[in-house]
Design a binder for this molecule. Structure first.
Ligand code: AQP
Length: 354
């Protein structure tokens, strides 16, 4: 039995303002993981076309996500920071995965159902095939660990299904190449070319909810700007949004169980816990029995303390687009080299003449 070399990969779409959900659910985990892992962080610009085909300022959006990665503390020299469109191998592998994935699997994707809305006939083929491109983004590097928010869990299960089917269907072709590794999936021994990726979803805020509705996730595409805290919001905006955040009339409970059935309270406590690097129980230990009139100002202060330095650094970096572009070019070149190695192996496994 062998093991795949550990590699962390994740991506963020350049579709609008990054918010606290993207930061706590994804980017902050990216930073923590770089301590002990080889990491690749990607601005997934091809995915952005599934949300909207024509963007007013695509270069600006790509640079702002890159600036957020760097401002949060990702080291682009030690690790790889790049934008997806610089590595055409993602799209090539996605096509192969379109032929591996089954329609029945794709039809179960809840994010497609949510994003396509009622008029599915008008949704693009790209939106439907998005999870197959996401599988390719990860597997073109044979990445093993993927830090994401909870909303991406189903897409990562699909990535595992695609990897498993490829490994099984091509097992007899993989074995003679010597490129595969013997692993067990559940009870089943598999000679695998692609690893079974592990999602990294845990933490106190795997799903940050809207400030206006504790049952909806905080999202870039929510039409109400009051629903989210953007990483580019200044202190006044952060304060206004938290003060206006929906709550209920009761005091905070002293135990985590008391948050059940109180989605807005649960969300604000979760945000506080994540920002303070504490558990919800610890936060309630401090604020249990207090009214929101006490808790909200403390949350405002903490949010500003954590976000202000990131905000300032993002602004500084955004003022120097040529530096950001050089980071992406350098990362793109290093990513292409790795991706081309995988694609040559995949081409050989499939039997394409080259
Ligand atoms: N509310 C959230 N809580 C925790 N994590 C979240 N993520 C997104 N929203 C939350 C995580 O952020 C990473 C990047 O997401 P993305 O931009 O690639 O796509 P998304 O999940 O579709 O994000 P948005 O903000 O909700 O965008 P729109 O409105 O365009 O759909 C992912 O790891 C995601 O899990």
């Amino acid at each position: 039995m062998g093991e795949f070399k550990p590699l962390v990969f994740s991506g963020v779409q350049p579709t609008g303002n990054l918010h606290l959900g993207n930061y706590l659910g994804a980017i902050r985990k990216f930073v923590a993981l770089q301590e002990n892992n080889d990491c690749m962080y990607c601005v997934v610009d091809l995915h952005a076309l599934t949300a909207q085909l024509v963007h007013d300022d695509m270069p600006g959006q790509i640079r702002s996500i890159t600036a957020a990665f760097l401002a949060a503390g990702i080291d682009p020299k030690q690790h790889i920071v790049f934008n997806q469109s610089q590595v055409p191998q993602h799209s090539e592998l996605a096509w192969i995965f379109n032929c591996v994935a089954r329609l029945g699997w794709m039809n179960r994707m809840t994010q497609f159902k949510d994003k396509a809305g009622k008029d599915r006939e008008q949704a693009s083929l790209g939106l439907y095939a998005y999870p197959s491109l996401m599988a390719a983004d990860i597997l073109v590097y044979r990445a093993t660990h993927v830090p994401v928010g909870e909303d991406q869990k189903q897409h990562l299960e699909l990535t595992r299904d695609i990897a498993m089917k490829f490994n099984i269907d091509f097992m007899d072709k993989i074995r003679p190449t010597g490129l595969g590794i013997d692993i067990t999936v559940g009870e089943e021994p598999v000679h695998a070319y692609f690893p079974m990726v592990e999602p990294l979803i845990d933490g106190p805020a795997p799903r940050v909810m809207s400030l206006k509705d504790g049952t909806k996730k905080m999202s870039k595409s929510d039409p109400s700007d009051l629903s989210r805290i953007n990483l580019m919001d200044d202190a006044d905006a952060i304060s206004r949004k938290i003060r206006k955040a929906k709550t209920d009339p009761d005091a905070l409970p002293s135990e985590v169980d008391g948050l059940k059935g109180r989605p807005e309270a649960d969300n604000l406590v979760g945000i506080f816990a994540a920002l303070a690097d504490k558990t919800k129980a610890e936060v309630l230990g401090e604020f249990g029995g207090q009214q929101f009139s006490v808790f909200k100002p403390a949350l405002v202060d903490l949010s500003i303390e954590v976000l202000a330095p990131i905000n300032a650094e993002m602004r500084r970096l955004m003022a120097d687009p040529s530096y950001i572009d050089s980071v992406l070019r350098d990362g793109g070149a290093r990513a292409r080299e790795r991706a081309e190695k995988t694609m040559n192996e995949v081409r050989d496994i499939i039997g394409f003449v080259r």
